[in-house]
Design a protein around this ligand. Sequence first.
Ligand SMILES: Cc1cc2nc3c(=O)[nH]c(=O)nc-3n(C[C@H](O)[C@H](O)[C@H](O)COP(=O)(O)O)c2cc1C
Length: 381
Amino acid sequence: MSKPLTIADLKILARRRVPKMFFDYADSGAWTESTYRANEDDFAKIKLRQRVLVDMTNRTLETTMIGEKAMMPVALAPTGMTGMQHADGEMLAAKAAEEFGVPFTLSTMSICSIEDVASVTSKPFWFQLYVMKDRGFVERLIGRAKAAKCSALVVTADLQILGQRHKDLRNGLAAPPKWTLKSFMQLATRPQWCLEMLGTKRREFGNIVGHASNVSDLSSLGAWTAEQFDPKLSWDDIRWIKDLWGGKLIIKGILDEEDARAAADTGADAIIVSNHGGRQLDGAPSSISMLPKIVDAVGDRIEVHVDGGIRSGQDVLKAVALGARGTYIGRPFLYGLGAMGKDGVTAALDIIRNELDITMALCGKRDIQTVDRSILANVPF
Ligand SMILES: Cc1cc2nc3c(=O)[nH]c(=O)nc-3n(C[C@H](O)[C@H](O)[C@H](O)COP(=O)(O)O)c2cc1C
């Protein structure tokens, strides 16, 4: 393939390069994947207002998210096992984001650890927290994020228990992969990936293995989540975490107006309207369809961000028009990473920036901060 021009091009390249079990891990949703599909499809239902003969020179996409400068209103979403899309994946993606000037969020379930990412970046990144039953471990994790000078904590609220993703179960997903005939075949057909993976020592959950009590070897995400994720997590726990952390706090996984109000009541700095990329409650509405209602409910009290289904700069512009201060991309950067490592993450960001810039201009706007619902021809939700 010649130079990738769209996120879909990067997805094709990633599929060719990444072993099936890890490509599928990224490209999957819960159960029937209806919410995963809706996240993407609902963006196409929103139409833009074409404007002509207005000055389109000197455009800027620069903005802030929770007060931090961003070159465009796009951050990299926290994604587990990113170091299995490409060797040292989290370190590469963090470096690409830093050079580009957008926030990077490291997942609790990353392969590279907080300290690994801090060792290759010079600006603060954001850390995403899963709240485990072992509160001592949570305290230590927060302490490590502080020591690494992370500038925001993103607490994920929509994964108290793990949604079932059929592909992962069928593939026997594990990190590092378990040796079965099936996994051997999947790896044998991706020699480049294997070579790169042999060149790194980072092949396990770097934030957990060797740090959580009694965890010296953790291979199954399912087993760990079943055992350690806390089904009793409550708003009181969020307040406890907020006090413990003491810095900027973002609550991720809000899809309901009532929950949005409760999140605003905690005094957090932002919420992310999200259904975990369609990976948790299948049958939930798309993120973008819930965004206008949530902005109406709490937009004057808390910064509202959104993720889920963003595959282009047009999608980013539509989200901003509907009131999102910032957006996050998950799969788009994972496909870039799987396809071409760090250059692929930069390519994904470049593709989105270019589309966002041109689309904004053709809608008659020059400054992303002036974009509002007036650029939309319709809002179907
Ligand atoms: C492979 C994969 C792993 C993910 N792991 C996490 C995670 O560890 N923590 C988290 O809060 N969200 C996780 N998410 C959800 C993303 O942060 C984000 O909500 C979602 O990817 C956005 O949808 P998009 O992929 O369509 O952009 C993951 C998503 C994917 C695709």
